[in-house]
Design a protein around this ligand. Structure first.
Ligand code: ARG
Length: 565
């Protein structure tokens, strides 16, 4: 149900009835109950433009809004229009939603092809916390677009190319001879050991350099070593995806190396477009609003990160025929993307109407506000971080009800992983993110545990009733009216989250929904004996829709619910 756009349409209609062309119309959720359910505040601007009294226009407008979905439209203050939604209308909508399997959310009839570029770890090193954020945020956005019926292409743009691979495969070859594969369990360490060899032994360093050239020229032996290294490195990432419940598979990997053959073509396309300038021997594109050019080819002929990204955009445009690309990447790369996007459009490597967006996110910090590192300043291994989340979740639930051991294991995994994801998704992604175990595993506040608890609580009410729920929703009180409006807003919220690529829009909504539900539950007994059957059914229906909405919302975010907590 596109609830707010329905109301907006009504206002639009009323404006046209009184022969005024309105500005862009949006109603906002009224913050105070006496303002009604929604408030339209665009009258003042319109009145000013045509030199009329805002209150006059507002009351004219109010008189002309007629709809069976509204119970009352009133003018307030200097020219606000307060809108009250009719209970009968709400009841029939909710009764239909109760019966529907899909919240009456229709899949987009003209789906767009949206590519989500996320995770993108570098194969030379261990996946780090920046990739964790990208993976969690990107996956939730891809799920969201999919739910709304878009064509979604997930892409894992892994970094598998570059000079450091010469050193790494030369070292791999060496340890292979001593069959000392254990060193590859920890890539960070492997990298350090290889670097040490490189710095200390001239022969090794020469070999490493030679291997760079050899992989680039397609030498079979070197490519085999390289492939082996990539496979091992990628399997580390897959372990993380698996534990996190991320919908990325091998098929979604289109690595940097995939674009190698296209790079010279991209350079000539850029050249043909007249954008290419040579500066200090390097091929560059100068941007209108920046001192820093995009360098696409170094003086020694080597290509750069930006060249690959331009090739990827061109491929995504020409072959994958995308309408929108969301790059879920650390905010520190914003200059890179601004340059690449401008160049891609200007050189027509990408059509003008394709939406290119850098879905930037802030740095992950520890509790003391420093970038997240191990105690000795190293990179935190993600798999260890996730294991710790599960152990801590176990401690959190251990002191609660009597769970069987295996149930605790299962719950701990769902809760621990859910907490890591939810706490990341629930903040505005652009701000830096303080990683705080205690806050994340708390039952209070906007946390995954609060949401999972609310869900489990509703489930237990429904289970206690243990019968068939049927009938019509009948709203009894103000809080039920509010809960109904909240439930009907789900589709608006999902659309807003999809437009702005902001998963926290969904978490805030879920938190508000759960909070309103708790208030409803305190005020409205459901299973008490003296509750009339029709009221009981209606409240059960509201509870059931709430539970389903929470479950679906969390599912889109990639978080599972539990039936008991
Ligand atoms: N591998 C890159 C990094 O770790 C992220 C890749 C993001 N995607 C892209 N198309 N550039 O910084």
């Amino acid at each position: 149900m596109k609830f707010k756009s329905l109301i907006n349409n009504k206002i639009q209609e009323a404006f046209s009835k009184i022969d005024i062309a309105p500005e862009l119309i949006t109603v906002s959720d009224a913050s105070k109950p006496e303002f009604g359910d929604f408030q339209y505040n665009g009258v003042m601007a319109v009145a000013k433009k045509i030199g009329a009294n805002p209150r006059d226009i507002a009351s004219l407008l109010a008189k002309n809004i007629d709809s069976d979905m509204l119970s009352k439209v009133e003018v307030a203050g200097p020219g606000f229009v307060n809108i009250h939604i009719d209970n009968n209308w709400l009841e029939s909508q909710l009764t239909s939603i109760f019966k529907s399997t899909n919240f009456m959310i229709e899949k987009n009839q003209n789906p767009k092809t949206i590519l989500v570029d996320y995770s993108g770890p570098n194969m030379a090193k261990e996946m780090h916390v920046g990739h964790l954020r990208s993976t969690i945020i990107g996956d939730s956005l891809a799920n969201l677009f999919e739910f709304l019926g878009e064509n979604v292409i997930r892409q894992n743009h892994i970094g598998d190319w570059g000079t450091q691979f010469g050193m790494l495969i030369a070292y791999l070859e060496e340890i292979q001879q001593n069959s000392n594969f254990d060193e590859l369990k920890n890539l960070e360490n492997f990298y350090k050991l290889a670097k040490k060899r490189f710095d200390e032994d001239v022969n090794f360093a020469n070999k490493a350099r030679e291997y760079v050239v050899k992989i680039q020229s397609g030498d079979k032996h070197c490519l085999e070593l390289w492939q082996k290294f990539i496979d091992i490195s990628l399997s580390h990432c897959e372990e993380v995806y698996d534990k996190l419940g991320i919908n990325l598979t091998k098929d979604d990997v289109r690595a940097e190396s995939f674009y190698n053959d296209l790079l010279p073509i991209i350079i000539s396309k850029l050249d043909n477009s007249g954008l290419l300038k040579v500066s200090d021997g390097a091929k560059c594109i100068f941007l209108p609003n920046s001192e820093v050019p995009v360098i696409v080819q170094k003086s020694d002929g080597g290509y750069l990160y930006a060249t690959t990204d331009l090739a990827a955009i061109n491929y995504r445009n020409d072959v994958l025929k995308v309408d929108r690309i969301c790059y879920v990447v650390d905010a520190r790369q914003s200059e890179h993307f601004a340059g690449v996007f401008w160049t891609a459009k200007e050189s027509k490597l990408c059509n003008h109407d394709v939406l290119l967006e850098h879905i930037a996110f802030g740095t992950m910090m520890d509790k003391s506000g420093k970038p997240f590192k191990t105690r000795d300043g190293g990179t935190v291994k993600l798999i260890d971080l996730l294991d710790e989340a599960i152990i801590r979740a176990k401690d959190t639930i251990n002191d609660r009800a009597n769970f069987a051991d295996e149930e605790i294991e299962r719950l701990a995994k769902t809760i621990g992983i859910g907490a890591v994801k939810y706490s990341d998704l629930s903040i505005n992604r652009e701000s830096n993110y303080i990683f705080d175990w205690d806050k994340m595993l708390s039952f209070d506040g906007n946390t995954s545990l609060y949401m999972q608890y609310a869900y489990a609580r509703i489930q237990s009410i429904l289970n206690k009733f243990n019968g068939e729920i049927s009938g019509d929703v009948e709203l009894q009180s103000d809080i039920e009216h509010k809960l109904a409006i909240m439930l009907l807003s789900f589709e608006d919220v999902l659309n807003r989250a999809a437009n702005d690529a902001t998963p926290h829009t969904i978490t805030s909504y879920l938190y508000d929904l759960a909070t309103i539900f708790m208030r409803f539950y305190e005020q409205s007994p459901i299973l008490k004996e003296d509750i009339p059957a029709n009221v009981k059914m209606s409240r059960l229906m509201l509870s059931s829709i709430t539970a389903r909405t929470i479950k679906k919302g969390l599912e889109i975010l990639g978080i599972e619910v539990v039936d008991r907590l």
